[in-house]
Write a protein of this length. Structure first.
Length: 138
């Protein structure tokens, strides 16, 4: 049954991360280069926050042009991750089931969970990962 599948079987690894001192310009570049929407913010291997591409877009009041490019306002690039990141984020254990991850996503208003093992970031699981797992059942 898929509800017993451990998060570790579905998570994305390695994880693209940033540090709180990094610029939003670097974050924007990583979002676009790796086609991702969430980046955990770390100190060493400890997760201290999360930045989403949606947060960055909201902050910059970006415009969607006809070519399909999202452009981030240049003045946003002067800010640091520390000023924008979400703190006190929820994490999930690598041994937890995808059912537990789905329950967390259904209660909360975010779409990514850092996966932790022995207090160390080892992966990330998103709502998209869960949807893909579900679609594979059909």
């Amino acid at each position: 049954m898929i509800r017993k599948v451990p998060v570790s079987m579905l998570m994305t690894t390695p994880v693209i991360t940033l540090q709180k001192e990094d610029s939003l310009e670097k974050a924007d570049m990583l979002f676009k280069k790796h086609h991702i929407r969430h980046i955990p913010i770390v100190e060493g291997n400890r997760v201290i926050g999360m930045l989403s591409y949606t947060d960055l877009q909201r902050l910059s009041f970006c415009d969607y042009n006809l070519a399909g490019n999202n452009e981030v306002d240049a003045m946003v690039y002067n800010m640091s991750i520390n000023q924008v990141m979400k703190e006190n984020i929820v994490t999930i254990s690598a041994a937890s089931s995808v059912k537990e991850a789905a329950e967390i996503f259904s209660r909360e208003e975010f779409h990514a969970l850092p996966v932790i093992k022995y207090n160390k970031l080892i992966g990330i699981i998103t709502t998209t990962d869960l949807i893909k797992l579900l679609l594979n059942q059909f």
